[in-house]
Design a protein around this ligand. Structure first.
Ligand SMILES: [Ca+2]
Ligand SMILES: [Ca+2]
Ligand SMILES: [Ca+2]
Length: 405
C-alpha cells in the first residue's frame, strides 16, 4: 500500500508554499511537532437546534480521517458526518476525536437543544399518497364519490388520518398503500419509536394465543435528509419485521389487478356469500393467476374507481398467509399475529403495534442507522382471501411518535 503524506501536512505545505518566496529552506516546511492544529474550523464552539430536529455537523477533514463522536463519555457515532437529534431540551457536551494517520486531535463543542417555538403534533400531520388494493372496503373507507380524482381521494384519506381524532383507511388486498408524514422528525432512540394504529383484535374464540383479526402491513420509512419537508431524494427503508429474513417471505413481489367489467355476468360460488368467484382477475410476477371474489356483504366496486386504467400493479415484500379456518367448516377464520414490525398486526394497546426505527434495512437487507424518520409508508403484506371474511387487508387508523410528550 502506498503511504500518503498526512492531509494536514499537505495542506500546511500548500499554504506555506503559496505564502513563501523561492529562497525559503524547504526543510523548514515539515513541522517537527506532529500535534499540529488542523487549519480551518473543524467544530464550532456550539450548535443550537430545537428538539425533534436533526442537527447535521460536517467537519472539514481529510477523507481518510477516523472520527469518533462522543457525548459525555459515550461514543454516539463514528461516521464522517454527525446527525444528532434529541427529544430533550438540554445541553450536550460534544467531543470529536480525529485520528489522521495515527495523529489524534480532540475537539470540543456543545450542542444546545432548545424547546421548539412552534407546537409539534405527535400524530400524523400529512397524507402524501394513498392507493389501495382491490377490496370489499375499497371505495368505501375512505369514501369515493363519483367524479373524485386521485388527489381528492388522497385528501379524503388525509382527513381520516391526520391528528388525534382519526377514523381509518382500508388498504385493500396485497400492496395497497398509504404514505404519511409528521411535522417533526421522530427520533430513533433506544427501543421502539412510533406506533401505527389499526383495527386488529384478538379473537374471542381463537384457540391460539395472539390470533384473531390480524392483517399485517409492511412498514417502510424515510428520513428527510435534505430537510425540505417532502420525501424526494431520500431512500425508503423497509422495517425488517419478524418475517423479513424467513424463507416464507418473498421480496420484490408484484401483483396486477384487472378492472372488472360491470356488465359481466357474475359467477356465483357454492357458498352463499360468493356473489362472483371470477370477479377481479389478477396475476403476479411468479406466474400465479387467480380471481378475487365478490361477496354478498359488499356490493360496490372493489376496484378503485378513480383509477381509469384497465389494470394496475402493486409491489413489495409479501409475507406468508396468516389466516386459517379454525372451525374446519369455513365459519371461523383466525389470523395469527406476527411477532414484531408490522402494522394492523396486533391490538393498538399491544407492544407489537410499536415500531423501532433501528429495524430499518436497505434494499439488500442490511440494517441502516437512521437518526429518525419523517415519512412512513404502510402496505398490505399478505395476498390471501380468508373465506367469507374477504381479502386480508391492512387498516391504518393513525400513527404517533412515542417520544413526543
Ligand atoms: Ca429506536
Ligand atoms: Ca426530502
Ligand atoms: Ca384490519
Amino acid at each position: 500500500m502506498k503511504k500518503k503524506l498526512p492531509y494536514f501536512i499537505v495542506l500546511l505545505m500548500t499554504i506555506l508554499f503559496v505564502g513563501c518566496s523561492d529562497d525559503d529552506n524547504k526543510n523548514e516546511l515539515v513541522p517537527e511537532d506532529p500535534e499540529v492544529v488542523i487549519p480551518g474550523e473543524v467544530l464550532k464552539e456550539s450548535y443550537t437546534i430545537s428538539r425533534f430536529k436533526v442537527l447535521t455537523i460536517n467537519p472539514n477533514l481529510a477523507a481518510n480521517s477516523q472520527l469518533t463522536w462522543s457525548v459525555n463519555d459515550s461514543i454516539i457515532s463514528e461516521t464522517a458526518q454527525l446527525e444528532f437529534i434529541s427529544p430533550y431540551a438540554k445541553n450536550y457536551p460534544l467531543t470529536l476525536k480525529v485520528n489522521s494517520n495515527g495523529v489524534v486531535t480532540t475537539y470540543n463543542s456543545t450542542i444546545t437543544i432548545t424547546k421548539e417555538t412552534t407546537t409539534y403534533s405527535k400524530y400524523i400531520s400529512n397524507v402524501l399518497d394513498f392507493r389501495p388494493g382491490i377490496g370489499q372496503f375499497t371505495n368505501e373507507i375512505p369514501l369515493y364519490v363519483a367524479g373524485n380524482t386521485e388527489a381528492v381521494v388522497i385528501n379524503t384519506a388525509k382527513k381520516a388520518l391526520v391528528g388525534s381524532n382519526t377514523t381509518m383507511v382500508s388498504l385493500g388486498s396485497f400492496g395497497g398503500y398509504v404514505v404519511f408524514g409528521f411535522d417533526h422528525t421522530i427520533p430513533n432512540m433506544g427501543g421502539r419509536d412510533f406506533k401505527i394504529l389499526g383495527n386488529a383484535f384478538w379473537g374471542s374464540e381463537a384457540s391460539e394465543s395472539r390470533s384473531g383479526s390480524c392483517e399485517p402491513g409492511i412498514v417502510v420509512v424515510a428520513y428527510d435528509k435534505n430537510k425540505n419537508g417532502v420525501p424526494d431524494e431520500e431512500e425508503w427503508y423497509e422495517i425488517a419485521g419478524s418475517e423479513y429474513f424467513k424463507n416464507t417471505t418473498i421480496k420484490n413481489f408484484s401483483i396486477t389487478y384487472h378492472k372488472p367489467d360491470p356488465n359481466k355476468q357474475p359467477v356465483a360460488g357454492i357458498e352463499f356469500w360468493q356473489t362472483d368467484v371470477e370477479y377481479i382477475s389478477w396475476e403476479d410476477n411468479l406466474g400465479n393467476t387467480g380471481y378475487k371474489t365478490k361477496n354478498v356483504f359488499h356490493d360496490q366496486s372493489y376496484y378503485p374507481l378513480w383509477i381509469a386504467d384497465a389494470s394496475y400493479t402493486l409491489k413489495g415484500t409479501k409475507i406468508e398467509d396468516n389466516f386459517y379456518d379454525q372451525s374446519g367448516t369455513g365459519n371461523y377464520w383466525v389470523g395469527k399475529s406476527f411477532e414484531f414490525g408490522y402494522a394492523d398486526n396486533a391490538p393498538n394497546n399491544d407492544e407489537a403495534s410499536n415500531i423501532d426505527i433501528s429495524w430499518a434495512v436497505d434494499k439488500n437487507g442490511n440494517y441502516v442507522k437512521l437518526p429518525g424518520i419523517d415519512f412512513v409508508k404502510v402496505y398490505t403484506g399478505v395476498n390471501q382471501e380468508a373465506g367469507w371474511l374477504g381479502e386480508v387487508s391492512t387498516e391504518v387508523a393513525g400513527a404517533y411518535d412515542l417520544h413526543l410528550k
